[in-house]
Ligand binder design. Structure first.
Ligand code: AMP
Length: 238
């Protein structure tokens, strides 16, 4: 087997959880970390969208329930999401580390993850990306995504070179069905009620948690995350 590249997940203190409100930039940063460290991004939102868009799975009771909840800005049941994560974590590409993007989103999911990973070589580290609420709406309503490579653009702050077209693939960019102002308001309520406590849960484990200012340029946020990961790596485990 060839040696891993110089930038390996050996740098990382453990699997990385990216936490934050809708539009905080979790997906954007997860993709950059994935490219840099050669470990997969596991986005529960992406997995659920793939189910919702799959002609067979979308018509199962679970598929149609997931679609309806996502379109309302509500969370899909913990049991389903936990099971999807458990299955994904059995895949060999997660052996050298992974980035969980958008999971856990409830205290129940966080506790399940702790139990599931008991005995793993390295405990998870949680990075919270903090962005003032008034900035999030613009990020959500301006967001465009490449359906092929997943690159995330924003028509206001990170526009593609040609309007509506992916710089990498040249394909037409798409807008997520739940990226409307109305659904954003519901997603924020869900975040405040169910996910903000998850951030406090990890914050209380200070040596496995860091918060970065997400109200900066994409590359500056990435640098802050790198610095936080390095600091966490050099801290003794609890
Ligand atoms: P995201 O792409 O992370 O913004 O997620 C889009 C939608 O998928 C959310 O608004 C939820 O409806 C659903 N979802 C994603 N991750 C989770 C999760 N960990 N728990 C429950 N629902 C989730």
């Amino acid at each position: 087997m060839p040696n891993p590249p110089a930038n390996t997940s050996d740098f990382l203190p453990g699997p990385v959880l990216l936490l934050g409100a809708p539009g905080a930039g979790k997906g954007t940063q997860a993709k950059l970390l994935m490219d840099e460290f050669g470990i997969p991004q596991i986005s529960t939102g992406d997995i659920l969208r793939a189910i919702k868009n799959d002609p067979v799975k979308a018509n199962t009771p679970e598929g149609s329930q997931a679609r309806s909840l996502m379109e309302q800005g509500l969370l899909v049941p913990d049991q389903l999401v936990n099971q999807l994560v458990a299955t994904r974590l059995t895949e060999p590409d997660t052996a050298r580390g992974y980035i969980l993007d958008g999971f856990p989103r409830t205290l129940n999911q966080a506790e399940w993850l702790d139990g599931h990973l008991t005995g793993s070589a390295l405990p998870v580290v949680a990075i919270s990306i903090a962005v003032p609420e008034r900035k999030l709406l613009e990020r959500i309503t301006g967001r465009l995504i490449c359906p092929v490579c997943g690159t995330i653009y924003n028509i206001y702050s990170e526009p593609p070179k040609t309007a509506g077209v992916c710089d990498r693939d040249g394909v037409a960019l798409t807008h997520r069905a739940d990226d409307t102002e109305e659904v954003f308001r519901e997603r924020m309520k869900t975040f405040d009620q169910q996910t903000a406590p998850v951030i406090e849960y990890y914050r209380s484990h200070g040596n496995r948690f860091a918060e970065v200012n997400g109200d900066q340029a994409v590359d500056v946020i990435l640098q802050s995350i790198r610095a936080a990961l390095l600091k966490l790596r050099n801290q003794p485990a609890a």
